[in-house]
Structure formats: structure tokens, C-alpha cells
Write a protein that binds this ligand. Structure first.
Ligand code: AMP
Ligand code: ZN
Length: 112
């Protein structure tokens, strides 16, 4: 298994876990870009956003809703940002779908 995030799901690499259920895992980003910065991932390996299929619609909704609930729990009621980078031009560096949740600082637009 050469996928970093699959190895985190399997418990082979340690992570600071925030939340887990049968489908999802959330853990703090190792290189935080904001006071709150964590990742929400599906436990099942999906390499990138463009690999989602029709059958993944419930999973995608669960991911989005869970990210929102965890943002609230982490004290981001004043605002937060969700980011999913896709492939090279999108800036994706880990090839396992992940939702970034960033909060507790002023975020700017446009992104770099
Ligand atoms: P992306 O560039 O969208 O693919 O984001 C990958 C994210 O994974 C980056 O924000 C990294 O800091 C984060 N990351 C890489 N390795 C780990 C790790 N072992 N534990 C937690 N976060 C990680
Ligand atoms: Zn994976």
C-alpha cells in the first residue's frame, strides 16, 4: 500500500484524529496553514475528485456535511473555508481525496 492516507486509515502512520466513522476519517494537517486546519477523507481509496462516480454521491454529501459539523466543533462559526485540490493544476500533492478545512484566521481571495 503506497498511499499515505490509506496508511493513516490503516493505522500504519500516526495522525491526530478528530473524527472517525465507518466511511470517513478526519485528522489535523501536519503542516497547518491556519490555526484550524484539518483534513476529512473517505476511508476508501479514491485518488482524486475527478474519480468520483454517481455511486459516490452519498459519500460526497456525507463528507461535506461532516466537514461543516467539525468546523463548528473546532470553533469556526465566524467562518471557514473548505478546499479540495484536484490533480496537478489544482495543487493536489496526496493522491487520495481530502477536504481541507481551514479556519480561525481571515482567509483571502483569490487563492494562489
Ligand atoms: P494537497 O496539497 O491538497 O494534496 O494537500 C495534502 C495535505 O496533506 C497537505 O496540506 C499536507 O500538509 C498534508 N499532509 C501530508 N502528510 C500528512 C500527514 N502524515 N499527516 C497529516 N497531514 C499530512
Ligand atoms: Zn489512499
Amino acid at each position: 500500500m503506497d498511499c499515505l492516507f490509506c496508511r493513516i486509515v490503516a493505522g500504519e502512520i500516526a495522525a491526530r484524529t478528530l473524527y472517525e466513522d465507518d466511511q470517513l476519517l478526519a485528522f489535523h494537517d501536519i503542516g497547518p496553514q491556519a490555526p484550524v486546519h484539518f483534513l476529512v477523507i473517505p476511508k476508501r481509496h479514491i485518488a482524486s475528485l475527478d474519480r468520483l462516480t454517481e455511486a459516490d454521491r452519498p459519500l460526497a454529501g456525507h463528507l461535506l456535511y461532516t466537514a461543516q459539523r467539525l468546523a463548528m466543533e473546532q470553533g469556526c462559526a465566524e467562518g471557514f473555508r473548505l478546499v479540495m485540490n484536484c490533480n496537478d493544476l489544482g495543487g493536489q500533492t496526496v493522491q487520495h481525496i481530502h477536504m481541507h478545512v481551514l479556519g480561525q484566521r481571515q482567509l483571502h481571495w483569490p487563492p494562489g
